[in-house]
Design a protein around this ligand. Structure first.
Ligand code: ADP
Length: 551
């Protein structure tokens, strides 16, 4: 800006100085010339008058003190006197314009310029009475010569003007720019500066409003994304194309590095050290989506890495981490269950098929056939019980097929079971007692019957002769509490945590002998869950077991 102002001021000043100089010099020169010419004319007239009255012209002229050149030319054009040059050396002057004009009119004037010397000579000629011509000439600088003489002063003046222009330009630029630098850009229209800036400030105000709106929209969008990301149970990590962290939600941060705040711009390897995940992210950086399993703190996660395309190029990678522990455990237990079911079904079926084959081939002795048929019957019953238990469990797994809950009177239900177990218990020499008052709960009658059937069945099964099984129904605070207690063999401590698992048996051979499937307590657990009931098991080896269901 300073340079622009400077050049503008300088050009203006130089032009002004030159113009003023020319104008003034011209005016002064013209006035000076007019005065000199006037003086020369009157001097010429004065000398001519003197010559007209004198006889010795040359003597008069020779005595005359004059700074101008005075020449006397006779009628033939011959120079008869010259106060500066030698008359003899001068040529015929009758052809000089001023001389010719004076011969004709009595007075003549002419000016002659010398370009090379930048000088001008002014001639004034007068005719005397005797016909000779008096000429006075005065040589002075031409107007260009005058200018040439002025050049040093002009240069000095221009230098001074340049310096002054620079100073003024600097001060002006500072003064112009100061209010512009102090503009309040947040409220452009509130600035009171130059009127010329009003259109610019109006545009700035419009753009500032637009930018503020954009910023607000962006912030809102950002906070929505943040809220979504932070609300997500899945871990989410965004990486740029250089594998550096753009953002990571809390779920991801907690998973990889609990308590640490992920540093934006840090490489992924600073947060995650799992080789499989780093490998799928590397693949995603090359455009190939992939997934990997991550097992951490007893949980299973599936991680998906996908490239994020930006203008047909890979702009980064999004890594999504989902907790699939429950799904994985369910799959695992389904796999285990299928394997167990096949195994459990295979044993009785092998026995049935073996005995049937012996009978078919006539290998069995006739007296053994009833015993084999009895075994086939027993194994088939076992198979049937097993299939029923599996069906019950799968019904419990698919909660939809349970139907509607209804009011269930527990005491009559327990009495029915008592009636069916009484002969078995009596056969074994185990005393079976049902105690308590009537209690009514909301539930699935069939399932509840199955639950207590399994508990009483186990209690009777695992209590040796002479022992007792007591079923108590009571109200405990707001809850209905049903307890099945026996004085049986008890369950070793280390087995108690697994007792509700499917096909889990403490003593496999004993359980098989007693017709157990290993599914009874699994059904009890699922049924209790379906009723929102709480199961408690206390057991001491050799002393007995007590299982309570709190509804
Ligand atoms: P099972 O059909 O083998 O009885 P359960 O699921 O009902 O299968 O029981 C699992 C295991 O828990 C049994 O094999 C047994 O070892 C143990 N068990 C269950 N109830 C009792 C009990 N009242 N006393 C001692 N052991 C028991």
């Amino acid at each position: 800006m300073t340079r622009r102002i400077f050049s503008t001021i300088l050009i203006t000043a130089v032009v002004a100085v030159l113009l003023a100089s020319f104008l003034m010099a011209g005016t002064v020169y013209a006035a000076y010339e007019e005065r000199i010419t006037g003086e020369l004319r009157s001097k010429a007239d004065h000398i001519v008058q003197a010559l007209n009255h004198l006889t010795d012209d040359e003597a008069y002229l020779a005595d005359l003190v004059s700074s101008e050149r005075i020449t006397l030319i006779n009628q033939d054009g011959v120079v008869i006197f010259d106060n500066i040059l030698d008359e003899g050396s001068l040529s015929d002057h009758s052809d000089r314009p001023e001389v010719m004009e004076a011969i004709q009119t009595g007075a003549g004037e002419s000016r002659r310029y010398s370009d090379s010397l930048a000088q001008m000579t002014h001639y004034i000629a007068r005719r005397t009475q005797d016909g000779s011509i008096l000429r006075i000439s005065y040589t002075r600088s031409s107007i260009f010569g005058v200018f040439a003489d002025l050049v040093p002063q002009l240069i000095c003046m221009l230098l001074a003007v340049t310096g002054l222009s620079l100073l003024i330009a600097r001060i002006s630029a500072k003064m112009i720019v100061a209010p512009v630098n102090n503009l309040n850009l947040k409220a452009p229209l509130e600035n009171d500066v130059y009127d010329e800036l009003t259109p610019l400030l109006t545009r700035m105000d419009r753009q500032y409003t637009q930018i503020r709106q954009h910023m607000h929209d962006l912030e809102q969008a950002q906070s929505e994304i943040n809220a979504i990301m932070e609300g997500m149970q899945e871990g989410m990590i965004l990486l740029d194309k250089n594998n550096q962290l753009l953002t990571a939600n809390e779920s991801a941060a907690v998973l990889f590095d609990p308590g640490a705040t992920p540093e934006i711009g840090a490489p992924l390897s600073a947060l995650c050290h799992d080789d499989a995940i780093l490998a799928i992210v590397r693949d995603a950086q090359h455009g190939k989506s992939g997934d990997a399993l991550l097992r951490k703190d007893g949980k299973t996660h599936r991680c998906f890495a996908s490239p994020v395309m930006h203008r047909k190029k890979i702009g980064g990678v999004v890594l999504l981490i989902m907790d699939i522990s429950a799904q994985y455990a369910a799959e695992e237990s389904r796999r285990e269950f299928s394997a167990n079911v096949s195994h459990e079904l295979k044993t009785p079926l092998t026995a049935i098929s073996g005995f049937a084959e012996i009978i078919r081939d006539g290998i069995a002795r006739p007296e053994d056939i009833p015993s084999f048929a009895g075994k086939i019957h027993a194994e088939s019953k076992r198979l049937l019980t097993l299939v029923n238990d599996i069906l019950d469990l799968s019904r419990l797994d698919e909660k939809q097929s349970l139907g509607q809950m209804e009011e269930v009177q527990l005491l009559p239900l327990l009495h029915r079971l008592y009636e069916s177990f009484r002969p078995i218990a009596a056969d074994k020499g185990v005393s079976l007692t049902i105690r308590g008052t009537e209690q009514c709960i909301m539930g699935y009658p069939m399932l509840l019957e199955e639950l207590f059937h399994n508990l009483i069945d186990n209690a009777v099964k695992y209590t040796p002769a002479g022992g007792s099984v007591t079923v108590t129904l009571a109200k405990d605070a707001d809850h209905v509490l049903c307890t099945v207690e026996d004085t049986g063999i008890g369950i070793p401590k280390e087995h108690i945590p697994h007792i509700y698992e499917r096909f889990y048996r403490v003593d496999k051979s004993h359980s098989r002998q007693t017709g157990g499937t290993g599914l009874g307590l699994a059904i009890v657990k699922h049924t209790a869950e379906a009723h929102g009931a709480q199961l408690t098991l206390q057991s001491t080896v050799g002393k007995g077991t007590r299982i309570s269901v709190r509804f």
